[in-house]
Every structure is written in C-alpha cells, then in structure tokens.
Design a protein around this ligand. Structure first.
Ligand code: HMG
Ligand code: MG
Length: 297
C-alpha cells in the first residue's frame, strides 16, 4: 500500500521549541525536507503571533522556501485572519483545527468546539474559492491532559460536523501521546463507518512509547495517511507533558518492512535539524542502525 506522509516538523516541531529558530534555518529545514522527497510538508502556522511566537515568521518562511514540484506546502489556519495571511503567500492546503475535548480546545484556541467550528466555516469557503484543499485536525481524540480519557463517540460527533462542512481530510490527533493500539482500533472501527479510509490521517505523539505500535495498528486497518516529524520533534505548548511526534525515520522503517511504499530520504534533514536545534534528535531506528553491521540493516 502506498503511504502518504505529512512532515509536520516545521510546524508541530518548531512551535514547541523554547529557543527561537532563525527564519533562515527554518527555510533551510523546509528546503531539505523538499529535497528528501516528501509529498506534503506542514511548513508553519498562521496563528496568533502572541500565542505562538515561535511561528510568527510564517509569511517569510512561505515566501522564501523553494517549492518542489510534487510537494504540497500546508499550514495551520485557525480563522479568516489566518486565511488572508496564508493565501497571500500561496499556501497549498489550509488546516483548520479543533478538538474532542472542550477544556483542551478552550486552552488552545480560546473557544468551545462549536465556536471554533463556526470560526473556520469562512476559512473552508475561502479555501474552496481559492481552489485549495482543507484538512481538519481533531486534537485530544484519545486522551486530554485536562479531562482524561475521551470516548470515541465524542470524536465521531466532531468528525461528522467537519465532514458536513466538506472538509477533505481529517487528521486524528493523539495530542499527549498516550493512546495504545486497542484504543486506536476501537476508534477507527467507529470512524470507518462514517469516513472513507483515504480521508483519515493519524497524528501520533510519542510520550508513552506507543506511537509506532499505533501507526502499525492503523495501517492494519487500511489507513495510509500519517503525520510524523524528522527526529521526532514536536509537542503542543497548550498540552502540558506532550512529547514529540512519532519520528519519520521510525515510521519509514516500520511501514516499509510491513510492505508499504514510501519515498523520503532523511540523512541530510537530520544533520541540518540537529545543528538548528543544538541537540541530538531521537529515533530508535537511527540509533540501532548507527551501530549495525551492513547485513543487519
Ligand atoms: P483569540 O485568542 O480568540 O483572540 O484567537 P482574537 O480572535 O480575539 O484575537 C486576539 C488578537 O490576535 C487580535 O489582535 C487578533 O487580530 C490577533 P489585537 O487586535 O488584539 O492586536 N489574531 C491574529 N493574528 C494573526 N493571525 C491570526 C490571528 N487571529 C487573531 N490568525 C486564535 C484565536 C485561534 C487565533 C488564538 O487563540 C491562537 O492563535 N491560538 C494558538 C493555537 C495554536 O497554534 N496551537 C498549537 C497548534 S494545535 C496543535 O499543536 C495540535 C495538532 O498538532 C494536532 C494534535 O497533536 O492533536 C494540530
Ligand atoms: Mg500535534
């Protein structure tokens, strides 16, 4: 099965870094990801610069990256203001975002779930008028840092509201990285009654070390869209305790060995990102391969 990876490192990764990454470094990071052959890169977010100062240079990043043919450059767009900014710099896909937990949504976007959906109705209309696709994220789809376990029914309810608005694909977020495969399969069994498998993307964080198991469980259920980040960077400033996204290197290793077709080649990306962040990146597979004999690779 062909797998579609969205590299979310430049957005989910850099939004959670305490040190400010210079714009030039972000541009080089996105360019290296483009050269690595990704189909989709979430390059930044057109959110409030007061709330997320790490990504306040979204326009500049989009204006300066070298766009590779065959790569789609997406961004978070929370409201009409965000869409205006995004369209000015020719974003390739607009990603609106809400949650399955009221408390998390309030902390993240200062609105109830219903209010956040009202806010992005004009974003969906505007994106359609500009002929760009729309993704809808649903955060805290399994666990919320404030409300605990989230029942699948609550996620199904939000999914229905988003698909009624004509959103092209839904990314299901395990924001605090606590889900296990049994929970993932239980939710997917419900979701697949309402939504075609090609319109579902899974977005796993790896706080408890189960993200790769969750990717494989989803793949077994026929899901081919995954979000990941090079070196496992990531986390949400409004979800305390959340670790990074599942590392792209580990996803590629696990899925190609399970029969999936995947393209990106990450060696140069890693070297660049480690320099930019000033710390080594995590990937179990990289650590294993660095000491392995050729026949073990
Ligand atoms: P608000 O807080 O309700 O405030 O914004 P507002 O709409 O009244 O606006 C307040 C000020 O912000 C105003 O400025 C606006 O103009 C400005 P003032 O008049 O006071 O000078 N403003 C903006 N400026 C630039 N671009 C904009 C924009 N909108 C308003 N688009 C809002 C609501 C959602 C914008 C805000 O709360 C916000 O930006 N929150 C940050 C949310 C965020 O980025 N969270 C992290 C990403 S989500 C995530 O990580 C989860 C995910 O990875 C999936 C998963 O893991 O589950 C996707
Ligand atoms: Mg995330």
């Amino acid at each position: 099965m062909k797998v579609r990876l969205t590299e979310v490192g430049p957005r989910d990764g850099l939004q959670n870094e305490s040190r400010t990454i210079p714009t030039e470094m972000k541009v080089r990071f996105v360019d290296a990801l483009s050269e690595a052959g990704y189909e989709e890169i979430e390059a930044s977010a057109f959110v409030s610069p007061e709330r997320v100062p790490q990504l306040a240079d979204a326009e500049e990043v989009f204006a300066r990256i070298k766009r590779r043919e065959g790569t789609l450059y997406s961004a978070l767009v929370p409201n009409e203001r965000g869409l205006e900014r995004a369209l000015r710099v020719k974003v390739g896909k607009a990603s609106v975002f809400t949650a399955a937990s009221e408390t998390f949504n309030r902390k993240n976007v200062n609105a109830s779930i219903a209010e956040s959906i009202e806010r992005f109705k004009p974003v969906i209309e505007g994106a359609r008028a500009a002929s760009i696709p729309v993704r809808g994220y649903i955060s805290t789809a399994f666990w919320c840092p404030y409300e605990g376990r989230i029942a699948p029914d609550r996620v199904v309810d939000v999914v229905k509201r988003l698909t009624d608005l004509g959103i092209d694909e839904i990314s299901i977020g395990d924001t605090i990285g606590k889900a296990v495969p049994a929970e993932v399969m239980a939710l997917l069994d419900r979701l697949l009654d309402h939504l075609d498998q090609d319109r579902i993307v899974m977005h796993f964080h790896d706080t408890y070390g189960t993200a790769i198991a969750n990717v494989l469980a989803s793949y077994e259920r026929g899901i081919s869209g995954f979000d990941s980040s090079a070196g496992g960077v990531g986390g949400c400033p409004f979800a305390p305790g959340a670790a990074g996204n599942v590392a792209t290197e580990d996803v590629i290793w696990a899925l190609t060995r399970s029969g999936a077709a995947l393209a990106p080649d990450l060696d140069r990306v890693r070297a660049l990102l480690e320099t930019a962040l000033g710390r080594p990146l995590r990937s179990r597979v990289r650590e294993a391969l660095s000491g392995a004999k050729p026949q073990e690779r």
